[in-house]
Structures are given as C-alpha cells and as structure tokens.
Design a protein around this ligand. Structure first.
Ligand code: C2O
Ligand code: CU
Ligand code: CU
Length: 595
C-alpha cells in the first residue's frame, strides 16, 4: 500500500513533567503501554507499544548535574504481537514473552541503572531477569549537554520491543550551551526517524522468516520459524511517529535534534534544494565548530544536532529532506538496494510560511572546546574483530572476536584508564558499534586486507589512516565501522566500575549475538594510602610511580544535607559503597544518597 507523502503535519513530542521535585533529585514514572497509533491519515490505526502510551515517548529534559530518578513500569500485555525467535540467546520457551528493560543510550550511569539486557522485568515486576536490581533507575546526568535517547534493551527481543515503539529522546542541557543562544523553544525540534512496514489492515509488519542462506544447503537443516533475519528495513519512513510528514517553517534558523531510531536502516540525508545542513553536535553534545555538510550519513542510534537556515527561502517554498543510503548499508561490493525516490528516498518536507518575528538566535563560529584524548595516554590497545559466521541453523550471524554474548568477559579496563579499541571489520557491511558508559573520540579508519586477515590473522594495512570527517570530531557513543577498515576509537573508562555492553546497533545483529560485555574494574594500585578525608583531600599522596588517580577509599562521614526525615534515609548497609559528593577524587563514583 502506497501512502501519500507530506499530507500529515509533523507531531512534536511533549516534555514530561516530573511527578515529584525533591531538593536533590527529580522523580519520574514512565509506563510502557499498548495502544493504537495513527501513523498516517490514510492508514487505519496501528497497535503499537510506547512509553506513556506515546510513540515516540515523551521528551525527558534535564539540566546537567541534576539527579533524575525514573521508575520504569511495564504495563504491557502478556503476549507479544511480533514474532519471537525462540532460538536466540535468552529467548527460550521458559522466558516470558513480554520482558522489558530500559537503557539510556549515551548516559554515564552506574551499572544497576544501565539497563543490562538481563535486568528485564515483566508487567508489575511479576518476573524479573537474573541481574534485575531495582525498578527505579538513577541518572546523575553528570555530563555535558547532549541529546540522548532511551529505548528497550531486553535480551533476545530488543529488535521487537524497539520496533514495537519503545523509544524516546532525553535531552541534557547546560549553561555553556544556553549562552550560545542557539535557536530554541518552538525553533528547536526533535526529529526521531524510524522506518516501518504495514500490513493492509494497518497492523505493523515485521518478518517472521528469513531466506538468507549464506552457506551451502545442508540436508535436513531448516530455519526455525519464526526466525530472526540479518536486518529489517521498511519502505515507510516515519518522523516523530508520522509517515513522511511535513513541517511549516518560518524563513529563519531552526535547530533539529535528529535521532535515527531505526532497526537497521542508515540514512544519507540531504536537502532537495542543495542547501547545506549545518551540524553542531554529535552523540555526546556540541562539536567545537559548526560543520557545513552537503549530506549526512546517520547510522542506527546516532544523533546529529543540526541547524537548518531557511532564511533565504520565501513563503510557499518547499524543501524535502531526502535519503540516498542503500540498505543494507555500504556493502562491498555494493549489494544493498538504493532507495526509491518515491518512498524510502524521502524523509520529510519543510514548507516555508511567513516570518512571525525576527530571528534573534545565533550560530557562533566556536561552539565548544573538546579536550583531545591522546594516543600516548592509552594504557592499552584492544582489538575487536567483526566476523560473519553461520549459526547452527545455517543462518548468517555476526560476532565480535568470534564469541557470543554470554561468553567470558575478556575486556576489563581499569577505572580511569584511557584505552584505544581497534574495530576490525571483516563482516561485509558497515556496522554501527556502540559502547555503553562512556563517550569516545574517533581516531581514524585504516584500510586493511580483510581477506588476508580472515585467512591468516595478519593485519596488513593497505593505505594511510583516514581522519574522521569534521562532523565526527566530537564525542561519540556509536561509530560507523565500514568493511575493510580498522576503525580506531579512544576513550577513558569512568566514572563507574561494573559490567557494561558493547554491541552492534543494527538490532537484528545485537539480538543474534553481536553483543559482548566488558567490565570496568577498580584500579589495581600498589599504594596503601587510605583517604581519611579531613579536608576533602587525602592526607598522604599516593606513592606509586604510575599516574595513579585512585586516592584510596574515601571514608569520610559527610552526611546528607537534604531535609528529609532520618527514617527515610538509606540504611548504613545501603550506603556502604557510596561516597562523599564533595570529595573530589571520590566524587568520581558518587551515587545519589538522597532517597
Ligand atoms: Cu542504544 Cu546498548 O544501546
Ligand atoms: Cu548505550
Ligand atoms: Cu552489525
């Protein structure tokens, strides 16, 4: 069924208001609900799931440093309406169909609040996964202004839960950014892009079978039904929950926070009048300087904060945000299908109307300062190979270092260490690789002999390193890792210890074992110094030769300053690993104490 483009206005997600405002934290509850949603005025309403019964979910808006506690509630039915593949890890008959867990993508959070795939819970927490801790997640938001997003992360069915609609945007703001006077208020608009397929009756379409057979046909071997596929892309492009919407814009500057919330699809975006898109921010917040781009390639889970200046246009002019990315993206040699200019080749339309008031916003030439992580500071370099494999049913399957999700944790960076990770892609397509907990910087992409590497394990570079384009020279948490390239990223592991995920953000790959865990461990340091924290600093200096930043354990007894009754405070036991918020070395692992 072909839907008419540009006949529905772009919906704008609303901000969520906190249920309670305490002295040192705000409290939210966000429920996941099943409901009917109108994707397009020519389409019957579609049963989907969404946070607070909305798709996309409500915008969460916080200030940097503000502590937000969110109670995530599963209010969904017992049965899934999308096809569950029982052969995937964590997805067997014994597992409840409708399990959910929420990850705040891009946030620096303690492991208990990070949405571990096995921390899932069912309706009313009736059944919970092995590492479930608490229904209330704590977000310190101790990071610079950035566009994050929250989405489902349940083991084995993330692709289905996200496709069903469990996504939303989360915005952190700060003073540095406010001072810039970028377009704001009605002129700052989120654009959450996701492709969807529909059946004739308006219901959501998702494949329950696969026909991709990478190896020779083995007698007696059949694909399970339902089966995961190597990736799912659909012809209808939705923005903020509408298929090919339009937006009326005034001839002035607008700020758009673009998120690609699609399962598999990349978009190569350009404006139909040839005008440049000005990127001002990436996953982890503002770039140093605006990047003037003819086109922008956005992978699943990436965010691009952009300015579009419509001031040269006149009322009644229209521009289309177009897409030219093949799906699957960037195979070598190309086997992906190019988009149809009539359907998935377009994303949305801008219609220029009269100016209502002069544009007083700015686009400064300098946006921010980004301290460069230096290669010489790296304590370690680790290699991650992206491998194409065949599973026990003869299906194509992608892995990291030829290992599955639950295999032994090999990567154990020490707290505060800087490391370089080399992502060695022998797996045919561009994979968007996401690392939890931290924001990284992209060093370069170096072409290498992938066939030789697969055959004999020798890493031979075939050309000079390619520096990232200007719009990728900021903080990132997802990196496009093209085939035939070693993509190098650098990051510092802080501020928490514990287990986190590393995975491909093509959700069909993630569910089919293209995910590993890493564990940030306490720094091992020979020094015996104990912090006694009289003056909020250790009495003695650490004597080890290394640039040790551990200052021993803080034992200071600083009490909570909030006005709550004693009885409401956490018990000693609960407080035990928590540390004083004002003691600088210890604030690294500060967790909010005000319950
Ligand atoms: Cu956006 Cu682990 O995911
Ligand atoms: Cu994440
Ligand atoms: Cu992948």
């Amino acid at each position: 069924m072909k839907l008419t483009p540009f006949i529905d206005p772009l919906p704008i997600p609303q901000y969520l208001t906190p249920l309670e405002r305490h002295k040192c934290f705000t409290y939210y509850e966000i429920g996941m609900k099943e409901f009917f949603h109108e994707f397009h005025s020519e389409l019957a309403p579609t049963k989907i799931w969404g946070y607070e019964g909305q798709f996309p979910g409500p915008l969460v808006n916080v200030n940097s440093g503000e502590c937000a506690h969110v109670k995530w509630k599963n209010e969904l039915p017992e049965q899934h309406f999308l096809p569950i593949d029982r052969t995937l890890h964590g997805s067997s008959e014994h597992m409840p169909d409708v399990r959910t867990v929420v990850h705040l993508h891009g946030a620096e959070v303690e492991p208990e609040s990070d949405g571990h795939p096995e921390a899932w819970f069912t309706n009313n927490y009736h059944t919970v996964g092995a590492v479930f801790d608490s229904p209330v997640y704590k977000y310190n938001n101790n990071q610079r202004a950035a566009t994050l997003w929250y989405h489902d992360h349940a083991v084995g069915i993330t692709r289905l839960n996200v496709y069903a609609g469990l996504v939303g945007m989360y915005i952190i703001r700060d003073e540095e950014e406010r001072k810039l006077n970028l377009p704001s208020g009605a002129y700052e608009i989120p654009l959450i892009i996701a492709d969807r397929g529909f059946n004739e009756d308006g219901s959501l379409f998702y494949s329950d079978t696969t026909n991709v057979r990478p190896g020779p046909v083995q007698p007696g071997l059949t694909f399970p039904h339902p089966s995961v596929t190597p990736g799912e892309a659909f012809e209808n492009i939705t923005v903020n929950g509408k298929v090919w919407p339009f937006l009326e814009v005034e001839p002035r500057k607008y700020r758009f926070r673009i998120l690609n919330a699609s399962n598999e699809r990349f978009y190569k975006m350009n404006l139909s009048n040839g005008q440049k898109i000005i990127q001002i921010g990436s996953d982890g917040g503002l770039l140093e300087t605006p990047a003037y781009m003819d086109e922008l390639t956005i992978a699943p889970a990436e965010r691009m904060d952009v300015i579009i200046d419509f001031s040269k246009l006149a009322p009644d002019d229209t521009i289309v945000l177009e897409n030219t990315a093949a799906t699957p993206f960037d195979f070598a040699p190309p086997v992906g299908a190019l988009p149809d200019p009539e359907t998935d080749g377009q994303i949305m339309q801008f219609r220029v109307v009269e100016l209502t008031a002069p544009d007083t916003s700015n686009l400064p030439a300098i946006l921010s300062h980004i301290p460069k992580l230096r290669e010489c500071d790296a304590a370690q370099t680790r290699d991650i190979t992206l491998d194409a494999d065949i599973d026990e049913y003869g299906r194509l399957k992608f892995l990291f270092n030829n290992k599955g999700f639950m295999e032994r944790i090999d990567f154990k960076p020490q707290l505060n260490d800087t490391e370089i990770w080399r992502i060695i892609n022998t797996a045919g397509a561009t994979h968007p690789i996401h690392i939890h907990l931290i924001q990284f910087q992209i060093l370069d992409r170096i072409p290498f002999d992938a066939q030789g590497f697969t055959a004999n394990g020798l890493l031979n570079f075939t050309g000079p390193p390619v520096k990232p384009p200007v719009n990728e020279r900021g903080w990132k948490d997802v990196v496009q890792s093209p085939p035939g390239f070693v993509t190098r990223v650098i990051m510092r592991f802080a501020p928490f210890t514990g287990r986190y995920m590393l995975h491909c953000h093509i959700l069909e790959h993630e569910d089919h074992d293209m995910m590993r865990q890493f564990e940030v461990v306490e720094r091992k340091c020979g020094c015996k110094t104990n912090c006694t924290c009289k003056e909020h600093k250790p009495k003695r200096k650490c004597e080890c030769k290394k640039n040790c930043t551990c200052q021993g354990k803080c034992t200071c007894k600083k009490s909570c300053t909030c006005k709550k009754k004693k009885s409401n405070h956490p018990s000693k036991k609960e407080r035990h690993h928590k540390k004083c918020p004002t003691c600088p070395p210890c604030s690294e692992t500060y967790r909010c104490e005000c319950e």
